[in-house]
Ligand binder design. Structure first.
Ligand SMILES: N=CN[C@@H](CCC(=O)O)C(=O)O
Ligand SMILES: [Mn+2]
Ligand SMILES: [Mn+2]
Length: 319
């Protein structure tokens, strides 16, 4: 189910001066006891190579290949990160035998372990079923903390779970299992992509949301007010970025593209605000589907967002 990273994914110019991220990133076996490998502040990535949730949700398969494609796009980026900080790649978790529940439980355990080691980790999906695993890992790592969720997405992903979880059910699962502690803000909701019952479910669970046409830079003041309202009432924030919420002109490589999706500028502003709150403990970027990508546009976007988040978090640590 777990594999250490294949180093050949990371290629690019050789500077011998660590000018590029493929020269900076270190590969760590997640099966080793983590604290042995860690001597400095650490940021890391972990791949969730699973599209079983997307398949169960009747979507287009392919997200399992996303983490390695994002790594390829991270690889040649210029390294401006300090030597005093390590960036680790913990490798990939794979979904064997269509057993989504097993991979989610395994992933939660690994997230808990990474988080308890004070590592700031970004998980690369995979389908959005990752969110259920991610939240549970955080909940176990911080049992006494109130964890708020900010999801940038075209979809609520609040589909009722009939028998099995899918990529469309993660926040319903979280809400049902944590009725007293469900703080969920969803930005970029598209009316055309969420049926009426999903809006009723959102209301029932007290979900706060903005439509795609409201999630624009011209409306930044209101966006920022909603983000602040959430961050000020919780202890910690888990940020989930579903690439299918972006305009399909920007992010074509997803299972469910959004011609009227959001733009990059407002997403960057939200990332800045969330990091400024000093409560961001976890982040994932999900739903890339390399099969439908065009010149790796969506994978490159994922890589740049990851870079931006690391950069902002690091400058906060250094202040
Ligand atoms: N994680 C994605 N969830 C969406 C997919 C929509 C679609 O496939 O059209 C959802 O279930 O609503
Ligand atoms: Mn989603
Ligand atoms: Mn979505």
């Amino acid at each position: 189910m777990y594999q250490k990273i294949n180093q050949s994914l990371y290629t690019g110019r050789q500077s011998n001066k660590i000018h590029y991220l493929h020269e900076k990133i270190k590969f760590v076996d997640l099966d080793q006891h983590l604290t042995k490998s860690i001597h400095k502040p650490v940021f890391s990535i972990l791949g969730y190579c699973c599209d079983e949730g997307v398949k169960r949700n009747k979507g287009r398969a392919g997200a399992a290949a996303a983490p390695d494609m994002i790594r390829k796009m991270i690889s040649p980026l210029a390294n401006h990160f300090p030597d005093s900080l390590d960036i680790l790649d913990f490798g990939n978790i794979y979904c064997d035998n269509k057993d989504l529940e097993k991979i989610q439980t395994f992933t939660s355990g690994k997230i808990q372990e990474i988080t308890e080691n004070q590592i700031f980790n970004i998980i690369l999906g995979g389908g959005h079923d990752l969110a259920y695993a991610h939240f549970n890992g955080l909940k176990n790592a911080f049992p006494k903390k109130k964890i708020g969720i900010i999801n940038l997405d075209a979809h609520f992903d609040l589909r009722a779970m009939d028998e099995q979880g899918t990529s469309g059910t993660p926040f319903y699962q979280i809400a049902s299992e944590n009725p007293e502690n469900f703080q969920y803000l969803c930005l970029g909701i598209q009316k055309e992509s969420n049926h009426k019952e999903l809006f009723s479910t959102a209301e029932k669970f007290g979900v706060k949301y903005l439509y795609n046409q409201e999630f624009v830079i011209q409306n930044y003041e209101n966006v920022s007010r909603l983000v602040d309202a959430l961050t000020s009432t919780v202890d910690l924030i888990y940020l989930s970025i579903d690439l299918d919420g972006f305009s399909s002109a920007i992010a074509p490589g997803v299972s469910a593209p959004s011609p009227l999706g959001f733009q990059i500028d407002i997403v960057v502003k939200v990332i800045e605000d969330v990091i400024k709150s000093e409560k961001l403990v976890a982040c994932d970027i999900v739903e890339l589907n390399p099969t439908y990508d065009i010149d790796n546009t969506t994978a490159r976007l994922a890589a740049r967002l990851l870079y931006k988040i690391f950069e902002l978090k690091i400058s906060q640590i250094q202040q």
